[in-house]
Ligand binder design. Structure first.
Ligand code: NAD
Ligand code: UDP
Length: 353
């Protein structure tokens, strides 16, 4: 059992990962500002946790606050030492993730994603905690690369959001290069996480404008949105719609547990970037047809203009991740559609009543 600080642990990927880490017996400190999540996640995770209320109270500590708050982060490290559960590693999810918003409000994105990370690693250094799993993204890759992407494909993000992710990867690389400090670092580059916990109790809870395909698809299926607007049917793909590498959120959560285990067991410093993907590309129309078939529903849709900044095809190899972490995705597109839709049906307004 280890003590782990999880930033952004109330969010989509964080909440699913926290549940698995709890089940593995870890002691969690979670910091989240709830800018894109809800404190109601606590009660949901507790309901899913198999070991009962007392263990939950002991293992799960959620602190509301901002990763840019130096005093707060430092206090979390201090109290972890006082409680004899000194933080050994960090999983750093907290950040803003809308490509569009990052273009409209770049200073906010630099401040939260990069400023917040700098604040975090400075305090980690001070408290001698040098193990971190960082949430990076497929957006770090150049759009000129051929698919399948691999970890050594060219890095050249085309938007502010992606640039903040590369900057944090570079920051972590420069820490790894400090002689004698023994940083152990994994950047997980996620492709398109969708789906939900099979219980339907936790899932993606986007606030404000919905930009991503899957939550939008869910809301069309539930009747909350009239139709799916498919951005372009003239892409150079087999059916003219964009291709992405969708990965089930439960597989993603498992990858985090394995990345953490790998680093904690590692006797020396390390720096790795790993793709979290299935290696399979699925077009928008294919995803929609799967969704309709496994959930017995009809999705009204229209084709509209391409979305600025989109790319035709994005999928990647997970060979390095499989060989390093002994991870491979266990769930397929049908599982993603079934589990994601269950979450939507049980929680039409996310965590809001
Ligand atoms: P999410 O928005 O559900 O989770 C992020 C969490 O961080 C939220 O709970 C939010 O309230 C919190 N947060 C944001 N700013 C904060 C701050 N300043 N201080 C403290 N907490 C803050 O998003 P997610 O999908 O779970 O993504 C988690 C991470 O993975 C993000 O860094 C994101 O950029 C990255 N990522 C996500 C995807 C994706 O498609 N979901 C893909 C690639 C990378
Ligand atoms: N997309 C779409 N309609 C929507 C949202 C997304 O057609 O309402 C398309 C988008 O153009 C892209 C794909 O779905 O080709 C996946 O988009 P998403 O934003 O989910 O992920 P990303 O583009 O970041 O991979």
């Amino acid at each position: 059992m280890s003590s782990i600080l999880i930033t952004g642990g109330a969010g989509f990927i964080g909440s699913h990962t926290c549940l698995q880490l709890l089940e593995e017996g870890h002691y969690l400190y979670i910091i989240d500002s709830f800018v894109n999540s809800s404190p109601q996640i606590v009660e949901r995770i507790e309901r899913l946790f198999s070991k009962g209320h007392e263990k939950f109270e002991e293992q799960f500590n959620l602190i509301g606050g901002d990763i840019r708050d130096k005093i707060l982060i430092e206090n979390i490290f201090k109290s972890s030492i006082e409680n004899k559960h000194a933080i050994e590693a960090v999983i750093h999810f907290a950040g803003l993730k809308s490509v569009e918003e990052s273009t409209l409000n770049p200073s906010l994105y630099w401040d939260v994603n990069v400023g917040g990370s700098i604040n975090l690693v400075k305090i980690m250094e001070k408290y001698n905690c040098r193990t971190i799993v960082f949430s990076s993204s497929a957006t770090v890759y150049s759009t000129d690369n051929k698919c399948p992407l691999s970890e050594d494909s060219q890095i050249k993000p085309s938007n502010t959001y992606g640039q903040t992710k590369v900057t944090v990867e570079n920051l972590l690389m420069s820490l790894y290069n400090i002689k004698g400090e023994d940083w152990k670092i994994i950047n997980l580059r996620y492709f398109n996480p969708i789906g939900a916990h099979p219980s339907g109790l936790i899932g993606e809870n986007p606030r404000g404008k919905i930009n991503n395909l899957f939550p939008y698809l869910n809301q069309v299926a539930s009747g909350q949105k009239k139709e799916l607007r498919i951005f372009g049917n003239d892409w150079p793909t087999k059916d003219g719609t964009c291709i992405r590498d969708y990965v089930h959120i439960m597989d993603l959560a498992e990858a985090h547990c394995l990345a953490l285990k790998y680093l904690l067991q590692k006797g020396k410093s390390d720096f790795l970037s790993l793709n979290i993907c299935t290696g399979k590309g699925t077009s928008i129309l294919e995803l929609m047809r799967h969704f309709e078939s496994v959930n017995s529903c009809k999705i009204p849709y229209v084709f509209v203009d391409r979305r600025p900044g989109d790319i035709a095809i994005s999928f990647a190899s997970n060979d390095l991740t499989s060989s390093t972490l002994k991870w491979s995705p266990k769930r397929n597109i049908s599982d993603m559609c079934i589990d994601g839709w269950r979450w939507q049906q049980l929680n039409p307004n996310g965590f809001e009543k």
